[in-house]
Structure formats: C-alpha cells, structure tokens
Design a protein around this ligand. Structure first.
Ligand code: HSE
Length: 405
C-alpha cells in the first residue's frame, strides 16, 4: 500500500480526494497496489464531509510520518506551499502539484532538491488543467526538437472572451460566473492580467526547449483593455480575440509573450472556446500537434494531479525524468520580435497608414463609421511601437495577429 497526503482541501484538493475515492479499484488494478489517502491537511474543519476521517491541521504530522511517500500540494500560492513542498522533498517525499505560481517561481530550487533526494517533483496539473501536455512534451515528444508552443492556457479568460463576444456578456458578470464555477484564481487579477498564462508558458517553454525560462522575462498583457468594438472588428476579419501564451525557439534565442491575439478562423485555436484550453506544439520531426481539453476546474485539474501521484508511485524512491534544466535560456529582446498587427485608429487615411505600417489593409465596421482599422504585414515590435507613437491620440487600440511560423 502507498500512503499519500493531500495538502489543501480547496477546489483541487477536494477533487484529488474524490479521484482516489471514485477510481480506487481501477488505480489499484493498474498500479498493482492500493493508494491510500492517509492525511488531508487544511486549517479549516469540514463537518459532515468524509474527509474528516483523515483531516489534520499540522503539516508536521505528515512530514514526520515515515509511511508517507507522496504528497499532493494543491494549496496554491508561494508562501506555505513553498515551505511545505521544500520540507516534504527534503524528507524524501515526492510532491505532485497544480501550483503553477510555485513551479514558475521556485521550480529550479525544488527540482534540484527532488533530484538530490532521489524523489520527484511533478506538475502535470500546472498547465492546461486536465490536458496531458507536460507528459506529452517530456515523454511523447522526447525525440523531437520543439520550436514553437502557442496556447490558450487560461480557462477563465477564454470563457470570458467567448461569452463577451458571442453573448455580449458584461466583463464583471462573466468573471463572477467563472469564479462561481471554480475556474478563476483566488485573486482573479492573475487570470485577467495574464499572469497565470505567463507562468504556464514559462513552464511549458522550459520543458519544450530544455532551458530555464524565467516568467519575469516574458512581456505580459491581459484582457482588461479589450472592448466590444475590438471584438466586432475581429469578427469582420473572421477572427476571435484569444489570450495566448506563445513561445518560439529561434537562432537568435527564445521569443515569449502573453497577450491577446486576433486568431483567424483558419487556425485550430479559433475553435478553442468556453473554458477549454488548446495548446499547439510544433516539432522539427512532428510538424504540428494540438492538445485540447478541459483547462480548469476541480476534477480535470485533480485528474492531472492524480496521474502524477500514480507516476510517482510507479517510480517510488526515484526521480521521474523530465526535460527540466536550470540553465537559463537566451531570450530575444521583446522589441526584436516580429508580428502582424491590427491597429484601430480615429479615421487615419490609407496614405498615412502606408507611411507608418508594413502593407496595411483597411477594415471598417458599420458600428464605428468615424474609425479606420488596419491589419499590417510583419513588423518588428519596436518599429510598430514607434509607428503608433506617431499616431498620437489618433490611436484607439492595437492587438497582435496570430500567425504561425
Ligand atoms: N485560473 C486558472 C484558469 C485555473 O482559469 O485557467 C487553471 O490553471
């Protein structure tokens, strides 16, 4: 029997508990021995909940129990979660987590401790909710040189953007719905400002390219400035606005960004709607692959944590191999990255647009007769920034256009 502990009985923690109760027999059959949840750690009490039988309030009970070989850290945050993860790994306990903030912030140190102690630090649930994207990058694509990862990595904002565009929902109302469904972070600014997607693309890119990508180095924009008019222009160019986490491995170094993009209907990511996530990966041998599925919520995320627990159980007292490497990546300056842009102006004429932007094409919508929007050819970010500066208050908004390499 393998004894495990669950640290945190919130949305994901209660889901992990449920996975091991519901699928107990099949997990035992597949693993060859039972997994028993010996402890669930939480400061709160849960009167009447079956978790009461195993609930503890003191982390030391867990870390000092030699029966515990694996812990699920599903508390979130980088405070107590960091302290407990470090202590658990140092005590020879493998840790499986959904905590992208902790992996992005302290992954280097925690991974090194796990390797030194001969245990595992696994985080399938940190990116893409229930989509097995990390195992795919580490294992299924082990023989490929990945050169691009682009994904809808935040379920909350994808849900919000979709409801706003298709049903005309109000930003605050639809955010409340996402919170009620258990999709949003404890502090939803992490979702709407793009910070959550930023940590996820940093983790995925670190594994994809085998060099450490610091999330602080990734320019990040959220969805708070997107207006209903931008969404109408998107429709006019047969696109939807999606918050993407995107990275590319080039000869000059790694390009990474989190920002809203116009995604054309010809792209698979266009059809990734609602709370779903979709991650497009390009490999030099593979070509294209798209990973699609439930990107947030209690049971999809718990399913991914549970899969790591079973993996850690299969590799008990060993470190599961991953592509994680602490050597820092060489990042391309954000101004050097090239994109196509959509730029919305107060009636800027085509001749002026042509003097500022590469190959501009005009777009007008009946709702905004005083305006003129353009899509541009590829431009360096720094050149585009200079051009829009010249527009002064004739600039209304701009959004990058997603184009694959
Ligand atoms: N708040 C996150 C999201 C949860 O909406 O995607 C899953 O990581």
């Amino acid at each position: 029997m393998i004894n495990i502990a669950i640290l945190g009985y919130g949305t994901v923690g209660s889901g992990v508990y449920e996975v091991f109760r519901t699928n107990k027999a099949l997990i035992e059959q597949r693993l060859g021995e039972p997994i028993h949840v010996k402890y669930v750690l939480d400061l709160r009490d849960f009167p009447g909940d079956p978790v009461e039988e195993v609930l503890v309030h003191d982390f030391d009970t867990i870390v000092n129990d030699p029966d515990i070989s694996i812990a699920a850290e599903v508390m979130g945050g980088t405070g107590a979660a960091y302290v407990f993860t470090k202590k658990a790994l140092e005590a020879g306990i493998s840790v499986c987590t959904s905590n992208k903030a902790l992996v992005a912030e302290h992954g280097r140190e925690l991974m090194q401790i796990a390797r030194d102690k001969g245990v595992s630090y696994l985080f399938e649930a940190s990116c893409g909710g229930g989509i097995p994207i990390i195992r795919a990058i580490n294992d299924s694509l082990i023989a490929d040189a990945i050169d691009e990862v682009a994904g809808i990595l935040n379920g909350t904002t994808n849900y919000m953007l979709f409801k706003m565009a298709e049903e005309g929902s109000d930003f605050d109302e639809v955010l409340k719905e996402a919170q009620a469904m258990g999709y949003a972070e404890a502090d939803p600014t992490a979702d709407v400002e793009g910070h959550d997607a930023c940590r996820k693309i940093a983790i995925l890119s670190t594994l994809a390219y085998g060099k450490f990508i610091d999330y602080h180095d990734i320019p990040t924009e959220g969805i708070t400035k997107i207006t209903t008019e931008d969404m109408k222009y998107a429709k006019a160019i047969r696109s939807r606005i999606k918050l993407l986490g995107l990275s590319r491995e080039t000869e000059e170094g790694t390009i990474a960004i989190v920002a809203p993009f116009m995604v054309n209907e010809s792209e698979s990511l266009y059809n990734v709607n609602d709370v779903f996530n979709g991650i497009y990966v390009h490999g030099n041998m593979l070509g294209d692959a798209m990973f699609y599925g439930s990107g947030a919520g209690k049971l999809p995320t718990a399913s991914a944590v549970a899969s790591d627990i079973v993996d850690a159980a299969i590799h008990l007292h060993k470190t599961v191999r991953t592509n994680w490497n602490n050597e820092p990546a060489r990042m391309v300056e954000p101004g050097e990255a090239e994109w196509n842009f959509y730029v919305r102006t107060k009636g800027v004429k085509i001749t002026e647009a042509e003097s500022l932007f590469a190959k501009p094409k005009g777009v007008q919508i009946p709702e905004c007769p005083e305006e003129m929007a353009y899509t541009t050819g590829m431009m360096k970010q720094s050149e585009f920034d200079k051009a829009v500066e010249k527009l002064g208050d004739k600039l209304i908004s701009s959004i990058r256009i997603f184009n694959r390499n």
